[in-house]
Design a protein around this ligand. Structure first.
Ligand code: UFG
Length: 338
């Protein structure tokens, strides 16, 4: 019998890729999604790619009653909790929207897990919890710094909600996966990122500019203390990131008792914005209209992972290159209607 994994936000960007990898690894995915930032056709695409059906609970994962009603007869072996708002800029303009949604959904999921006696949780966290780290590459022992945005603060608080729950003596095994910068799309170009409106993130802005949807990319800052003056990030292919979740679940399901750990999920390589732009142009043979502009408030200068702990604990490491990520991002963009 396949193990049942509840995936909150399973129709979203990282959630959908993770469901495909989960099913391919032999798990059964039960998705809960309210489609507030995702599309229903993604469910069909997941099924098409994985060759198996998924179960869907349409609704909000902060709605404990709904989840308990729908899941009362199902044994849930593990939960991957993705569902959250994630726009850094919006979180500064409307912090309560972020606190209400992201914190409530996490505490609701924990209550549901307790009720259903499910003891395995993978939480979708972010390298934003480190702020601008004092030392690079950033390891899991680096201090959690004051967050740069309410969004970042919700990730820190949710990690604390989980550890407080365990410290209170509840039986739970949990891993917070601290993602660096997920990019790219499934190589089939059947699923990928679907940004709402003008993208905030670099790669969707690049692909939309190359597609003629945006006139020009502005590189935010060219006077940083980096090799070419532009910011450095650790860009990870979304399929590699998805596979890290499968490894995290495999790990939790083998353990006994309660445990908590936080694990960086990155490639260990830092790339500058200029390198991303140049690589995109080269691998896809397209010319990108871009200009250098002012710094974006709140940006950290450089951040990239020490990814060795993930390899040690989970036996996972990133396999796909920046070149492959940017090819897949462009292939996906070309399938989208303008
Ligand atoms: N950038 C540009 N032009 C753009 C968009 C982005 O130059 O139009 C630059 C940014 O200044 C930054 C880099 O591209 O230097 C990456 O920016 P993103 O917005 O793609 O990603 P961030 O690193 O700012 O944010 C990401 C996630 C957040 C997470 C954060 C943690 O989107 O969810 O990493 O550092 F919190």
């Amino acid at each position: 019998m396949s193990k049942n994994i509840l995936v909150t936000g399973g129709a979203g960007y990282i959630g959908s890729h993770t469901c495909v990898e989960l099913i391919k690894a032999g798990y059964h995915a039960i998705i809960v999604d309210n489609f507030s930032n995702s599309e229903k056709f993604v469910i069909d695409r997941i099924e098409e790619l994985a060759g198996k059906s998924v179960e869907l609970i349409e609704g909000d994962c902060a709605d404990e009653r709904l989840l308990l009603e729908k899941l009362s007869k199902t044994k849930i072996d593990g939960v991957i909790h993705f569902a959250a708002y994630k726009a850094v800029g919006e979180s500064s303009k409307d912090p309560l929207k972020y606190y209400t949604n992201n914190l409530n959904s996490t505490s609701s999921i924990l209550k549901v897990m307790e009720e259903l006696k499910c003891e395995n949780l993978v939480f979708s966290s972010s390298c934003t919890v480190y702020g601008q780290p004092d030392q690079l590459p950033v390891t899991e022992t680096s201090p959690v710094k004051p967050a740069e945005s309410p969004y970042g603060r919700t990730k820190q608080i949710c990690e604390n909600i989980i550890t407080d729950f365990i410290d209170a003596g509840k039986k739970l095994k949990a891993l917070s996966l601290r993602y660096f910068n997920p990019i790219g799309a499934h190589p089939s170009a059947k699923i990928g990122e679907l940004p709402l409106g003008v993208p905030n993130n670099l790669v969707p802005f690049i692909t939309q500019t190359a597609a003629g949807i945006r006139e020009k990319l502005t590189v935010f800052g060219s006077d940083y203390d980096t090799k070419d003056g532009t910011c450095i990030r650790d860009y990870i292919h979304v399929v590699d990131l998805a596979k890290a979740h499968v490894k995290a679940l495999d790990y939790l399901l083998k353990k006994e008792g309660s445990l908590y750990d936080a694990i960086n999920i990155g490639t260990g390589e830092g790339s500058s914005v200029k390198e991303v732009v140049d690589t995109f142009e080269k691998v896809n043979e397209v010319k990108l209209n871009y200009q250098m502009g002012d710094r974006r408030p709140g940006d950290v200068e450089k951040v990239y992972a020490d990814a060795s702990y993930a390899e040690k604990v989970l036996g996972w490491k990133a396999e796909l290159s920046l070149e492959e990520s940017l090819k897949d991002a462009w292939r996906w963009q070309k399938t989208l209607k303008v």
